[in-house]
Design a protein around this ligand. Structure first.
Ligand code: HEM
Length: 361
């Protein structure tokens, strides 16, 4: 679909699966618009792997990749389980709980904060800042967004200074050391990588758990099937990601030369965005795409993107999702939504798909 994006640029919204895969994988589509337009629009929030092309992309991804290997993540299983159990213990004896505030949000935040070395008492501030940066807060004026950005940068500045004096063995200490060595990471990139980790850790898995549980609660047959066969959890998470994934649209890419896509010419310099959740419901790729079916066998969904920018945190998000959903259902097998489905409030903004809160009884 050809359209004008809210920022005034002309571009393409790619909604079909095959076309989406091409855009995500073909190196003609690049992230760095200054290569197309010759102007530098980089900021501390975009100086990271997600907004870079090779060879910078490989260098920046390489600096944090070792913390996210499947082997490293598998080693975090017992810690993630302990966090889930502890959060559920805090809800015991209560008649009601709020899925997002009590469980789906704190779980991935505690995990990412421990990986990064963020003091846990600061986690509410991080929530406000990260919501602000991606435009997913319902109650924000432009002025308060600007103020939050400044507070966030000031916090990072003080945090990095402290880490330089007292390095630990967390990811931030390693990144700060890479920046000090100079040739692997510039100061702007240090801010960029840390911001990306914080946002990715705050805005995604929470919605996998939220959207995923809603899918199960609205498909009681699938919920019963999972309860009888907990080994289906792996498949269930993949189906949750396909059916109602937490990231609505890919980040922007620009065509670095004219290219034909499915009979249409995309001209050099035009903006292209992939509608991931739309591609994941494409009937030419997925049989009965609107059906939530946890026994679906082959599901090469695009919820984590594809190609060189394929989500670095995918193994972590999958493990967190599996532990979170199973532990919750095993503790509370008779969970129900409290209130009406029509009262659920979806978060604003183009990037994340998730609800503000899921009241449960
Ligand atoms: C990239 C989705 C969780 C870190 C991406 C992309 C998607 C995505 C779609 C690619 C965007 C594009 O190509 O335009 C998700 C979903 C998650 C999740 C659905 C949860 C269910 C996480 C977590 C982390 C993380 C927990 C780490 C803390 C990253 C990073 C990239 C990325 C660093 C950039 C990779 C690159 O450019 O090479 N994610 N993400 N993600 N994600 Fe995730």
């Amino acid at each position: 679909v050809k359209l004008r994006f809210p920022d005034g640029q002309n571009g393409w919204l790619v909604t079909r699966y095959e076309d989406g895969l091409t855009v995500l994988k073909n190196p003609v589509f690049i992230k760095d618009m200054k290569k197309v337009y010759g102007s530098d629009t980089g900021s501390v929030f975009t100086s990271n792997m997600l907004f870079s092309d090779p060879p910078d992309h490989k260098r920046l991804r390489g600096l944090v990749q070792k913390s996210f290997t499947p082997h490293k993540i598998a080693g975090m299983r017992s810690r993630i389980q302990a966090i889930a159990d502890e959060l559920l213990d805090q809800t015991s004896g209560r008649e009601e709980m709020n899925l997002i505030d009590d469980y789906a949000f704190p779980l991935p935040i505690i995990v990412i904060s421990e990986m990064l070395g963020v003091p846990l008492e600061d986690r509410d501030k991080f929530r406000i800042w990260s919501n602000s940066i991606i435009g997913a807060s319902n109650q924000e004026s432009d002025a308060s967004v600007g103020q939050h950005m400044q507070e966030f940068i000031q916090y990072l500045k003080e945090w990095f200074a402290n880490v330089r004096e007292h390095p630990g063995d967390d990811m931030i200490s390693q990144l700060v050391q890479s920046e000090e060595q100079g040739d692997r990471l510039s100061e702007q990139e240090l801010y960029g990588v840390v911001t990306l980790m914080i946002i990715a850790g705050h805005e995604t898995t929470v919605n996998l758990i939220g959207n995923g549980l809603l899918a199960l609660l609205s498909h009681r047959d699938q919920l019963s099937l999972l309860m009888e066969n907990p080994s289906l959890i792996h498949n269930t998470i993949e189906e949750m990601l396909r059916y109602n994934g937490p990231v609505e649209f890919s980040t922007s890419r620009w065509a670095s030369e004219d290219i034909e896509l499915n009979g249409q010419t995309i001209h050099k310099g035009e903006l292209v965005v992939v509608a991931l959740n739309s591609a994941n419901r494409d009937e030419s790729q997925f049989k009965d795409p609107d059906l939530f079916d946890i026994t679906r066998e082959k599901s090469p969904h695009l919820a984590f993107g594809q190609g060189i920018h394929h989500c670095l945190g995918a193994p972590l998000a999958r493990l967190e999702g599996e532990i979170a959903i199973l532990s919750l259902l095993q503790r509370y097998p008779n969970l129900k939504l409290r209130g009406e489905w029509s009262e659920l409030k979806w978060r604003p903004g183009m990037i994340v798909r998730g609800v503000e809160e899921v009241p449960l009884s």
